[in-house]
Design a protein around this ligand. Sequence first.
Ligand code: GLA
Length: 321
Amino acid sequence: MCGLKDVYKDYFKIGAAINSVTVQNDSDIIKEHFNSITFENQMKYGVLFNEKYEYNFAGADELYDFAKANNLEIRGHNFVWHNQTPYHIFNKSKEEVWELLANHIKIMYERYGDITKCWDVVNEAVEDKSSAYLRKSPWLDMFGDDYCKKVFELARNILPNNVQLFYNDYNEYIPEKRDKIAKLINSINKDGKLVDGVGMQCHVNLYYPTIDLVKEAIELYASLGLRIHITEMDMSHFRFDDTRILEAPDPHLEELHTKTYGDYFKVFREYSDYIDNVTLWGVSDSYTWLDNFPVKNRKNWPLLFDEEGKAKPALYTIMDI
Ligand code: GLA
């Protein structure tokens, strides 16, 4: 059987974000087309911790067992983020939170490290608005302006050198934010390389960004000596501020979807000397986070398989490049 991952085996890994529903419903697709997975939520504190702040590994273990049984590599996601982290862990002292983080990194490595080859160590630390450089977050408040560097140092000290450390963010192609991301990574790597790579989330839509902006971002990040992973790709049919709900995809937009996926994958192939992994944020349109973002209960048709799990023309297009 020749899946997407086989077509791309000389270029980069092909990944998907999975959860306990998709491993049930879409397992055949995952096995046929993907060789890398990211746990959509199951490695985040908000899901790993029970109400008493004790670990509950059930969800993560299920996905790990699926990965292991099917020879899939895991992208670890993530250690430090302003979101999906129960805020009252920050009621503890600075020292206690730091210890919690250090233990967490060790625990994740011991439990999942055999097949987890890289980690998004810090997720989304850069501010979107022009008014600030770093996003306000409890991590920033508690550990100061150089908290990202401290976290990368901690992770580097705990994880073996063959585990790659990534900084991951969205809107990573918008020049102003892109340059702030580059500035942050340069500041972390100033006295020695701690960040091995940048995760370009690539939550895009049919209209934005332009492919040239994506290329410019890839070139800039590559020029910093970083490996690149496309970490969360999906392509909505709607502009971000378009709140319409459609019963079925517009055929013209489906054609544009096919063409635009083709354009992106051509660029990814062109830059495959720098790109090691292209991950889609989901498997099929039957479930994606975009069903509820930015509009509740709306289909966006962002992936390569439709609501019934049938391959869309976009899949064949990128397999045929
Ligand atoms: C961000 C995070 C992901 C996920 C998506 C939306 O991009 O990095 O973990 O939560 O948002 O689902």
